[in-house]
Design a protein around this ligand. Structure first.
Ligand SMILES: Nc1nc2c(c(=O)[nH]1)N[C@H]1C(S)=C(S)[C@@H](COP(=O)(O)O)O[C@H]1N2
Ligand SMILES: [Mo]
Length: 232
């Protein structure tokens, strides 16, 4: 039997290793350190103007989906994390909640031009999950899958940024079904379509593949401060 302290130490060590691997790449990507970010207002905590170019602040939280809101009781919910990793894993609801939990406040920028600010979340950092499964050196991208068959892809350096979370709680309450509950992904530094609602699989990939909207002409990279909305 391994003790809890030893287990935590291994999680932290794995996480730090992974972070070091991506630190340089992360610094070079626009959403953390852009020389000329496009937007307005004071800087947010990443040093970016609070409102990206072309966006308007909304107080309400619109719902966008593919016309289907799957109903997943937490006892049936599963999360598979697999692909180009050393240790593929599957989590039940209880196992997921037993992972280190992170509270964060972040903004939500929809490509349809609304932004909702200061949203309060609780969930699991993708970085923490990645540290458990350990992406192979060949892993470069991640594909997220929803229970509604939605898919979306991002690069590994975006996926591992600290505010990318798998959230189950919004402002102290369970994440509502219409917004992707029981669990969705949020990608505050990218347009919101990169965050899969009703997430049930995360696949690490050794080459890029396009997700649902990316195949239909949405940007592969989706940087709000570069007005990077569509690719064609
Ligand atoms: N599973 C799933 N995730 C999804 C979508 C979807 O249709 N299915 N739509 C995306 C789009 S286009 C946006 S803008 C956001 C909207 O999240 P919201 O409905 O909570 O505002 O979810 C994204 N994640
Ligand atoms: Mo969207």
């Amino acid at each position: 039997m391994k003790d809890a302290a030893g287990k935590l130490a291994r999680i932290v060590e794995a996480r730090m290793k992974l972070k070091a691997r991506f630190e340089e790449k992360m610094k070079k990507t626009p959403s953390v350190g852009d020389d000329r970010p496009m937007g307005s207002g004071n800087n947010n905590r990443h040093g970016m103007p609070v409102l990206p170019v072309g966006q308007t602040i909304t107080e309400k939280w619109p719902v966008l989906d593919l016309g289907l809101q799957p109903d997943i009781p937490t006892r049936e919910w599963r999360l598979v994390v697999d692909g180009d990793v050393e240790q593929p894993m599957e989590f039940s609801w209880e196992e997921f909640l037993a992972l280190p939990q992170t509270d964060d406040i972040s903004d939500f920028h929809c490509v349809t031009t609304w932004s909702k600010l200061n949203m309060q979340w609780r969930g699991v950092q993708l970085l923490d999950l990645a540290a458990l499964v350990t992406p192979k050196d060949s892993a470069t991208h991640v594909m997220f899958y929803g229970y509604d068959d939605y898919t979306t892809n991002i690069s590994l350096e975006e996926a591992l940024k600290p505010d990318v979370l798998l959230v189950h709680t919004f402002e102290g309450n369970p994440l509502p079904k219409e917004h992707g509950g029981p669990v969705r992904v949020i990608t505050p530094q990218l347009y919101a379509w990169k965050g899969a609602k009703w997430v049930n699989r995360i696949e690490f990939m050794s080459r890029n593949r396009l997700g649902f909207w990316e195949e239909r002409g949405y940007s592969d990279t989706a940087y709000p401060w570069r007005n990077d909305r569509y690719s064609k």
